[in-house]
Ligand binder design. Structure first.
Ligand code: UGA
Length: 453
């Protein structure tokens, strides 16, 4: 099939490349000429495992084209995915300016049936607004007398890709959600995804949009739930890792997304939770549960900083090593990374920060002007009074702990992801503090239960 993707950001690029991979001819559009120039020169603006190789392959095979022209893409394609950004406004609402602009622009170039598919995460009922915008902006000759020589459809097809494993997620989806208002649209979208042989859930437009809101918010709630449990674990001497394991074997609960840590970040969960709270508010429902999810997420960073302050005593003029800056492993994405809030707060108290991340340092430099970026994990440890592990990169597991300890002034580690091997660090002479692991027991009962004095 001939498919256009409007917006070559994270979602658009991955979707475009993967659609080419399953046999379609794809035109990826972006309004940033620099980005298109780079992509056409084989340079990929984001880091995502496997992406660059696939882009190279399908460009060579001419199944994937990058262009700045919406007009050309609309003419050539029957199915048009909209994957432009929907950033948060100050009040938490999703800013849909780009969606509206693109809908209008697509309409201006339509001359035959088109299926417009929302891929960006949008508030429920955006599909209806896109439909109306297109209808009102069709070329004048098609608006005359209300008689139209062709129809068009709008559908919702939310994405559930995770950064760092996006290609794998696309190829092996748990489900594909298709929100449609006509059988023609359903048939076309089924055709698009046929090669994947995946489970397809067909709903109306609004339900598909809600599935996306509800899925991301539920996952965020799962993380905040385990983070809240971790807080109590620390107070009673329990180990949240064991608690999550014990809970996770229950099929109704599942172990995934029960990793306690410094809170969720990234371009999706914080923004999507805010947007869902706002959507509910506007519809007359106070989604208090979700507000608590957000609060717990913020508290989690504050509690981590408090732990550091408690154990490090004076923060001013201390040297703090940081391993990992990205909002999660296997990505160079720094958007809403928990590391930003934590580092800024420690800097504000006068700490010196020296950090290393395998992929995110280029992006981190835009955000963090006054810290030292180091060439590798060891360099970050030189003369440090403690180490913070803020992203769970595999390469940190391979570090020689004796060498690491020798480089530091004080062998103290705060593992913000419960990722490091606690036993190995302790045996290596480190003071180790995780999240909800029971090391910071605050009550006598808890201490006794944990076997600690
Ligand atoms: C998330 C969803 O998982 C995807 O399904 C969705 O398509 C995507 O948002 C989106 O809406 O575009 P992503 O933001 O790439 O994907 O990353 P996740 O793996 O979900 O992680 C989000 C944040 O939660 C990260 O900061 C991660 O470190 C944190 N997290 C995740 C935890 O703190 N604990 C966990 O157990 C899992």
């Amino acid at each position: 099939m001939n498919i256009a993707i409007i917006g070559s950001g994270y979602v658009g690029l991955v979707t475009g490349v993967c659609l080419a991979h399953i046999g379609h001819h794809v035109i990826c559009i972006d309004n940033d000429p620099e980005k298109i120039k780079k992509l056409n020169a084989g340079k990929v603006p984001i880091y995502e495992p496997g992406l660059e190789d696939l882009i190279r392959k399908y460009r060579r095979m001419k199944r994937l084209v990058f262009s700045g022209s919406i007009a050309g893409a609309v003419k050539k394609s029957e199915v048009i995915f909209i994957a432009v950004g929907t950033p948060s406004k100050q009040n938490g609402d999703a800013d849909l300016t780009y969606i509206e602009n693109v809908a209008r622009e697509i309409a201006r170039h339509m001359d035959s049936y088109k299926l417009l598919v929302e891929k960006s995460t949008v508030p429920a009922q955006t599909g209806n607004r896109i439909e109306r915008t297109v209808r009102l902006n069709l070329p004048a000759k098609y608006r005359k007398d209300g008689a139209r020589p062709f129809a068009f459809d709008v559908a919702s097809n939310p994405e559930f890709l995770r950064e760092g494993s996006a290609i794998e997620d696309f190829m092996n989806p748990d489900r594909i959600v298709i929100g449609v208002e006509s059988s023609r649209a359903e048939k076309l979208l089924r055709e698009v995804y046929k090669p994947l042989k995946a489970r397809v859930v067909v709903t109306n437009l609004a339900s598909a949009e809600m599935i996306k809101h509800a899925s991301n918010s539920f996952l965020a709630a799962k993380i905040s739930f385990i983070n809240a449990v971790a807080q109590v674990c620390d107070r009673v001497g329990a180990d949240v890792e064991k608690v999550a394991e014990g809970m996770g074997y229950d099929k109704r609960i599942g172990r995934a997304f029960l990793n306690a840590g410094i809170g969720y970040g990234g371009s999706c969960f914080p923004k999507d939770v805010d947007a869902f709270i706002r959507l509910a508010e506007k519809s007359g429902y106070d989604f208090r549960l979700l507000k608590s999810v957000r609060d717990v997420n913020e508290q989690q960073k504050a509690a981590f900083i408090q732990l550091i302050e408690d154990k490090l005593w004076i923060i001013k003029d201390k040297t703090i090593a940081v391993w990992g800056l990205a909002f999660k492993a296997n990505t160079d994405d720094m958007r809403r990374a928990a590391s930003l809030d934590i580092i800024r707060s420690l800097r504000a108290e006068g700490a010196r920060v020296q950090a290393y991340d395998p992929k995110a340092m280029v992006n981190a430099r835009y955000e963090l002007k006054d810290i030292k970026f180091c060439a590798d994990a060891y360099a970050a440890l030189k003369g440090a009074d403690c180490l913070l592990v803020l992203t769970e990169w595999d390469e940190f597991l391979k570090v020689d702990l004796a060498r690491a300890r020798g480089l530091m002034r004080q062998a103290v580690v705060f593992d913000g992801r419960n990722f490091c091997d606690r036993e190995a660090f302790t045996a290596g002479g480190f003071e180790y503090y995780g999240i909800g692991r029971g090391e910071t027991v605050k009550t006598t009962t808890g201490a006794a239960a944990c076997g600690k004095k």
